[in-house]
Write a protein that binds this ligand. Structure first.
Ligand code: CP
Ligand code: NVA
Length: 337
């Protein structure tokens, strides 16, 4: 990596570190409350001043391996890298999973010789942690069955833009206790946002993630609650969030899940139970007529395309910090002065 600052404007401190000390973004819980807040501030700064970062990643190369389809994540990482002068290489990994043709360690030991950062979308979360364990370059989770941290960070950036501040907001998540629910709970807890997660009992979020989020919430004052009643989750909610009832890889369960999840559909009646100023959120792709109705997703309350836009800005911030933040460590306060 370059030892010289490469941008005209100072970068915020490098906020992301895995337990092993390797700089990665694999879980939303990799960010401390301070680091999560700092990342959002930096992303907002970068969004407002994109020209200052046009050459920030000149000469940097990013490889992306995706075992699942993608529109938003692929394009925002590729466009984000290009907009800062870097290059992206996309590898369609949908025909065979990483680690099948050769070990994850051998894959990692090859890749670290060629490129500067890896972006992985996989089924098993252990595939991403396995590559990260052996790679000496940063690894970013672009969605696993367990988590989707980049999406959750873009979502809280969107809420911060909309409400001005995140502290004390309440987000109601209704639907499947999946990767999206997990990352929203972890990032929300870090950022001081209360979470009310309502799912059918058999589709509740994983206990260890709930416990981890509640522990983080004890530090920040965020209440993380899990329940089964979608109406109860709506009470006082500033934001209402839902996601697919059957995630990628669960398509064969779609019909069975549709019956169980019907009471969790975000329609006009359910939205009316939230605060009058509540916004509607969805990571997309949406399954219109299933988890959300057209009336809600197309309403003035919907911020789904703001969320999609902010994928670009938050991921640019993550890339800039992972790839050159370490060379420009300065306090956030100085950066703003
Ligand atoms: N929200 C999201 O990650 O979209 P894609 O699956 O299209 O990347
Ligand atoms: N839970 C969804 C999120 C898509 C962005 C999935 O994993 O398919």
């Amino acid at each position: 990596m370059s030892s010289q600052p490469v941008v005209a404007s100072p970068l915020y401190p490098m906020p992301v570190a895995s337990p092993a000390g390797q700089e990665d973004l694999i879980s939303a819980a990799d960010l401390s409350p301070e680091e999560a807040a700092s990342l959002l501030e930096f992303a907002q700064h970068l969004k407002a001043h994109p020209a200052e970062y046009r050459h920030a990643l000149a000469g940097k190369q990013m490889a992306m391996f995706f075992e699942k389809p993608s529109l938003r994540t692929r394009l925002t990482f590729e466009a984000g890298m290009a907009s800062m002068g870097g290059m992206a290489f996309f590898v369609d990994q949908t025909q065979s999973r990483l680690g099948v043709r050769e070990s994850l360690k051998d894959v990692a030991k090859n890749l670290e010789r060629w490129v500067d950062v890896l972006v992985l979308r996989t089924f098993d979360h252990a595939t991403v942690t396995g590559i990260a364990e052996h790679a000496s370059i940063p690894v970013i989770n672009a969605l696993t069955d367990l988590e989707h941290p980049c999406q959750a960070l873009a979502d809280f950036m969107t809420l911060k833009e909309h409400f001005g501040s995140l502290k004390g907001l309440t987000l109601a998540y209704v639907g499947d206790g999946n990767n999206m629910a997990h990352s929203l709970m972890l990032a929300g807890a870090a950022l001081g946002v209360n979470l009310k997660v309502a799912t059918p009992a058999q589709y509740a979020p994983q206990h260890f993630v709930v416990a981890q989020a509640q522990l983080i919430g004890e530090e920040t004052g965020a209440a993380i609650e899990v329940m089964t009643d979608p109406v109860a989750a709506m009470v006082g909610a500033d934001a209402v969030y839902t996601d697919a009832w059957a995630s990628m890889g669960q398509e064969q369960e779609s019909a069975a899940r549709a019956k169980v999840f019907q009471p969790y559909q975000v329609n006009v009646q359910l939205m009316a139970c939230a605060a009058p100023h509540a916004v509607f959120m969805h990571c997309l792709p949406a399954h219109r007529g299933e988890e959300v109705t057209d009336e809600v997703i197309d309403s003035a309350q919907s911020v789904v395309f703001d969320q999609a836009e902010n994928r670009l800005h938050i991921q640019k911030a993550i890339l800039a910090q992972l790839l050159c933040g370490a060379t420009t460590k300065i306090p956030v306060r100085s950066a703003r002065a």
